[in-house]
Design a protein around this ligand. Structure first.
Ligand code: PLP
Length: 396
């Protein structure tokens, strides 16, 4: 055996990719699989965005760009941030990243090391914990509870901070629950954080515009008192159906307490990926500045599917499904079915042809839940619900 560092043994996975691979393999063998597993819009990237990338290629944009991203792309992010949050950031604080995940990685490796503690949502996006473990820091789960509308609780979050806490990770609208934390709760948290001035915050706002029923997202950027210790993760993957383009952005502090952070992430980019490819960055500008009607149509479709999933899952015996307020996931409670979530997810894929993810893949508090991504047609969602119902009726 070659001696690789032990950090790799501690690193986790995102099981959605394994389920996708299994579902695809079964489909290739001729099985009829309804995939509610993977968290990616089933829509194509709007044409005008694709055209912008093609034009960039034809115009000869084939070389490296600055490691931080093209100034034009960073300026587009500034415009987008102003329009969604009312906050004017500087392009000097914007990093163009190859997707949302690299910001997660950058922030966590910047603060994580043995002896440090990092708070993260549980259930939450599995890569937070995986990356924390990778650095050797102690992962401290912040419980996200159904009875709290899958919002984080300011009081509970603050109670978990110790003198070893370096970083607090927040995510709203949330994966896997669809929870949106109300502004009043965020205000309470921000107030409480005054007592912990050395804790940095990573706010994952990748689902920022994906909310329903008039619910609004509160960006942590709207709290100027946090700015010199706040990193905001965002990106193109979800809003513009661009998961495969690997285009994300983040906003980093570079003043006061946060002096030097932007330079550190720039250096990480130089060492690891150099830059994001130029055609994608031109596509990113077109996404932000171009017409948003396809985004609106996609959200209207997600909203219809959301209602269908909630109604359908609640019609099944022993299952209850809270109405998600954001993102494109539902997190039904299956604890009364008598099944554990992971064996149920496995059996549903093998026996009923429905791919979804067991709650424990998102954390300890995920037991008793399953994540359904409603990035699939209404017809397929209906079929999935019927199959789940029939499976549970035959296998109580
Ligand atoms: N953050 C959250 C909460 C997500 O759900 C995801 C993707 O599923 C990401 C970040 C990563 O996005 P990307 O595909 O752009 O790396």
């Amino acid at each position: 055996m070659l001696h690789t560092i032990s950090a790799f043994d501690r690193m986790g996975e995102e099981n959605a990719f394994a389920v996708l691979a299994r579902a695809t393999a079964l489909a290739q063998k001729g099985r009829d699989i309804v995939n509610l597993g993977i968290g990616q819009p089933d829509f194509k990237t709007p044409d005008h965005i694709v055209e912008a990338a093609i034009k960039a290629l034809r115009d000869g944009h084939h070389g490296y760009t600055p490691a931080t991203g093209l100034l034009q792309t960073r300026e587009a992010v500034v415009r987008r941030t102003l329009s969604t949050t009312g906050v004017e950031v500087s392009p000097e604080n914007v990093m163009i990243m190859p997707g949302g995940k690299p910001t997660m990685y950058a922030a966590i490796v910047m603060f994580g090391e043995p002896g440090a503690e990092i708070l993260y949502p549980d259930p939450g996006f599995p890569i937070y914990r995986s990356m924390i473990e990778f650095t050797g820091a102690k992962p401290v789960p912040v419980p996200i509870r159904e009875e709290n509308g899958f919002a984080f609780s300011a009081e509970e979050t603050l109670s978990l901070i110790t003198d070893k806490t370096r970083l607090l990770i927040l995510n709203s609208p949330a994966n896997p629950t669809g929870g949106v934390t109300p502004r009043a709760e965020i205000e309470k948290l921000v107030k409480g954080l005054e007592k912990h001035p050395d804790v940095a915050i990573l706010s994952d706002e990748i689902y920022d515009v994906m909310t329903y029923d008039g619910e609004t997202h509160t960006s942590l950027l709207t709290f100027p008192e946090l700015r010199d210790r706040l990193i905001v993760l965002n990106g193109w993957s979800k809003t513009w159906a661009m998961t495969g383009w690997r285009m994300g952005w983040s906003i980093w502090p570079n003043e006061g307490k946060g002096a030097g952070l932007y330079d550190k992430v720039r250096k990480l980019a130089v060492n690891c990926w150099s830059c994001v490819n130029a055609p994608s960055q031109f596509a990113g500008i077109a996404a932000i500045d171009g017409p948003q009607d396809e985004v609106e149509a996609m959200m209207a479709a997600f909203d219809r599917r959301r209602k269908l999933v909630v109604k359908g899952m609640n019609s099944l015996e022993n299952i209850s499904c809270a109405t998600p307020k954001g993102a494109f996931y539902a997190f039904p409670n299956i604890s009364k079915t008598g099944w554990k979530a992971k064996p149920l997810a496995s059996a549903l894929l093998d026996d009923a042809g429905v791919a979804l993810i067991g709650g424990p893949d998102f954390g300890i508090l995920g037991e008793g839940y399953m994540r359904l991504s409603y990035a699939n047609s209404e017809e397929n969602i209906q079929r999935a619900i019927e199959r789940i119902g029939a499976f549970l009726a035959e296998n109580p």
